[in-house]
Ligand binder design. Structure first.
Ligand SMILES: NC(=O)c1ccc[n+]([C@@H]2O[C@H](COP(=O)([O-])OP(=O)(O)OC[C@H]3O[C@@H](n4cnc5c(N)ncnc54)[C@H](OP(=O)(O)O)[C@@H]3O)[C@@H](O)[C@H]2O)c1
Length: 351
């Protein structure tokens, strides 16, 4: 099968490319050439900006991709132009979406008041009532956050009568190459031999569906290669969804960290750890549909996923410019105030 990937060279994309090549598919990536990945030489590159996607229709026609994977659709316009351009060229389109389409996401960030939505969220769970979740953070209409909305992307992709669409709603993705350092943020404290990691006490038991990048890529490859994925929307994620406390402990075991996870009331947290979230809303999705319809199963077990990620994170430490010693001093003050560390040894007291 010939697969065209819009994007494909940053974090999740290269894993998808390699898995497709291993299964002997041909891959072309369309991107601007600003993000380079170490992809095998058999991968064809078309350099261009997706804002001009329609101008590349003739090139796309030449090598006739059967399936187009759009890794980066962000706006309604992206979705509409994608389908218009590929109609008559490709047989199917797969588009990458996110758990941020669910109303639960707005409940969590307190953008939409109301009782928590029941979890796990199936693909039929209520979507956000309000569009453009990040518009308030945009300084101008030119910023991507202004028009970003995966709900509108999904509608454009799924309503096309001639070109079947598939939507994959991704969880929080972690693994080697994660520039958000979802795991690295905790690992830094562990490797700095911090006696404790502080959390808002409500976040201790908050659950979030995460996905190790190679597993997420495997789910995407199934949606590309299996025709029964046409016209379907799938949640993607690893099971089980750990609480934040379990997640940190799990990382700690593999990082050989002997500290404790300590929950404190939100108002006692140092400023750098405060978050405006309603943790009564868990963000856990039901991944049963992709498992039963496409035969998805994790290809990398969670222990190995954490080990591989820790190795990468240690080789690519966080460079976020955070005043780390100031942060640690603020955390120490809280830990001392609640008696969670032994002042003479700076070791965590066991609960
Ligand atoms: N990471 C997570 O936790 C998470 C969670 C939920 C959903 N997602 C979704 O996952 C997707 C991103 O994954 P990824 O970054 O790993 O994807 P990726 O496909 O590995 O990387 C993004 C690609 O887009 C290309 N690109 C960026 N702007 C472009 C433009 N204007 N025109 C053409 N190409 C462009 C980049 O190359 P150039 O720079 O060379 O153009 C790069 O190849 C997004 O849809 C995101 O919403 C991620």
């Amino acid at each position: 099968m010939h697969v065209l990937i819009i994007g494909g060279t940053k974090f999740i994309g290269p894993y998808i490319v390699r898995q497709l090549l291993e299964s002997r598919h041909d891959v072309t990536v369309f991107h601007r050439g600003q993000t380079q990945a170490d992809l095998p030489p058999s991968v064809r590159h078309i350099l261009g900006d997706r804002r001009d996607l329609a101008q590349y229709a003739a090139q796309f026609t030449q090598f006739a991709p059967q399936v187009v994977l759009d890794m980066i659709p962000a706006t309604e316009h992206d979705g509409v132009i994608l389908m218009q351009t590929l109609r008559g060229i490709a047989e199917r389109v797969v588009a990458i979406s996110s758990m941020d389409v669910y109303r639960a996401y707005d409940r969590l960030r307190m953008a939409d008041p109301g009782p928590p939505d029941a979890v796990p969220l199936t693909e039929k769970a209520p979507l956000r009532d309000q569009l453009y979740p990040y518009r308030a953070t945009a300084k101008s209409a030119d910023e991507w956050t202004y028009n970003y909305d995966k709900i509108l992307v999904e509608r454009a992709v799924m309503r096309d009568p001639q070109l079947p669409g598939t939507v994959l709603r991704l969880p929080a993705v972690y693994g080697p190459g994660d520039r958000q350092h979802r795991l690295g943020k905790y690992l830094r404290s562990m490797d700095d031999r911090r006696p404790a990691i502080l959390l808002d006490e409500q976040m201790m038991s908050w659950r979030w569906t995460r996905g190790y990048v190679e597993n997420v890529a495997a789910a995407i490859v199934l949606a590309i290669t299996l025709p029964q994925a046409a016209h379907r929307i799938y949640n993607v994620g690893d099971e089980p969804a750990l609480t934040e406390q379990e997640w940190i402990r799990h990382i700690g075991q593999h990082a050989h960290w002997s500290g404790r996870v300590v929950g404190v009331p939100g108002e006692q947290l140092p400023e750098h750890l405060k978050q405006d979230l309603d943790c009564a809303q868990n963000l856990v999705v039901d991944t049963g549909r992709i498992r039963s319809e496409l035969g998805y199963a994790e290809i990398v077990a969670d222990d190995e996923a954490i080990r591989r990620t820790i190795t990468w994170e240690r080789a690519h430490p966080l460079e976020d410019g955070a005043p780390i010693q100031d942060n640690y001093a603020a955390e120490d003050a809280v830990l001392a105030a609640i008696g969670a560390v032994d002042g003479s040894t700076n070791q965590a007291k066991q609960p």
